[in-house]
Design a protein around this ligand. Structure first.
Ligand SMILES: [Zn+2]
Length: 335
């Protein structure tokens, strides 16, 4: 290599180095770093590890597990003390519980867990939109109910309950939410909802659910989530779903409206999805079975695992990431 070539190479490297010092931002399929390169962004190495979400649930491969105690959702029926605030954060509709976070118990989870927030994922049309798929079928929407431990359980462990939504009949249980969407047209806007029982947002039957150990479906893709996906889905009308599609997104992620906010399906690798349909009988009969040790153990080993994941990024992956960071850093501010 002659000196001018070496100088040129040095210049390119310097340019790349300066570029990645800035912050490219994650996105979905319009603007920002797309899901397949999220792991390239600083702090997001876990996005390519082996317990990621969402997944495709193949019903022929699920393992039946009825040795789990049924859920106790009685606190979600409280309408009086549960204040709900709905906001547009630029890539999702989120409902927060500022005064009192309702609790859930049992269902094989560490208890009690409190409802931190719930949020929605949707598509640009009703052929897609959900994050989890069943036998490859993608639903029009998905609601995630994000639960956190109240302090006694393992600190980092979380649980998400998911409801899949298909386009069909009008669903009056979602009327309050849908009717207030016009009041949160753009990122940062929020509105207080009239009170209604949170349990109404669940399917009529909550007896059967799929479960597996997974992650957040957005960066940093942290692998500390016990996923519960109700087997029964619910409907919303096209009119109702369209109300979500009219919301404006943050310009770093969307050209105009918030649409197609689902991460692609992640491989299951060694994981199994279970299906539980516990019968309602004396809870004491279930006591000794009630546990999700495998998810919990994984979370406690996380420190070690995180290093392994970072080191597993291959050399070719590193150069791809260098380019990704350079490219998206320089396209962030385009109109
Ligand atoms: Zn979500």
């Amino acid at each position: 290599m002659d000196s001018s070539a070496a100088f040129l190479l040095f210049g390119i490297q310097l340019m790349l180095f300066q570029a990645i010092k800035g912050s490219a931002e994650w996105g979905y399929y319009q603007r920002g770093v797309p899901p397949s390169f999220w792991h390239c962004l600083e702090g997001n190495a876990m996005c390519i590890s082996k317990r990621q979400s969402p997944v495709d649930i193949k019903t022929k491969d699920v393992v039946k597990n009825n040795r789990i105690v049924p859920f106790d959702f009685s606190d979600l029926e409280d309408t009086e003390r549960v204040k709900m605030e709905m906001r547009n954060n630029g890539h999702a509709v989120i409902i927060d519980f500022p005064d009192r976070q309702p609790l859930i118990k049992r269902g094989g989870l560490q208890e009690p867990l409190q409802l931190n927030e719930l949020h929605f994922h949707w598509g640009s049309n009703s052929q897609w939109g959900s994050e989890h798929t069943i036998n490859g079928h993608r639903y029009a929407m998905e609601v995630h109910f994000d639960f956190v431990t109240t302090g006694n359980g393992p600190v980092e462990l979380r649980a998400v309950i998911s409801v899949l939504i298909y386009a069909g009949k009008h669903n009056s249980n979602y009327d309050e939410i849908v009717s207030m969407l016009p009041y949160i047209p753009s990122a940062g806007s929020k509105i207080v909802l009239d009170k209604f029982p949170v349990i109404d947002l669940f399917p009529e039957s909550t007896n059967c659910w799929y479960r597996y150990c997974g992650s957040f479906t957005t960066p940093p893709c942290t692998e500390n989530i016990i996923w519960t996906i109700f087997e029964q889905s619910i409907s919303m009308s096209e009119y109702q779903i369209n109300a979500f599609r009219t919301l404006m997104g943050t310009p770093s992620m969307f050209e105009y409206n918030i649409v197609d906010t689902f991460r692609p399906i992640q491989p299951l690798w060694q994981r199994k999805v279970t299906l539980s349909c516990p019968r309602r009988r004396n809870y004491e009969n279930y006591r000794r079975f009630e546990s999700n040790d495998r998810c919990i153990n994984h979370v406690f080993r996380r420190g070690k695992s995180q290093n392994t994941y970072s080191q597993s990024t291959s050399r070719s992956d590193n150069s791809v990431c260098l380019w990704v960071n350079f490219y998206y850093q320089n396209h962030v501010d385009e109109p």
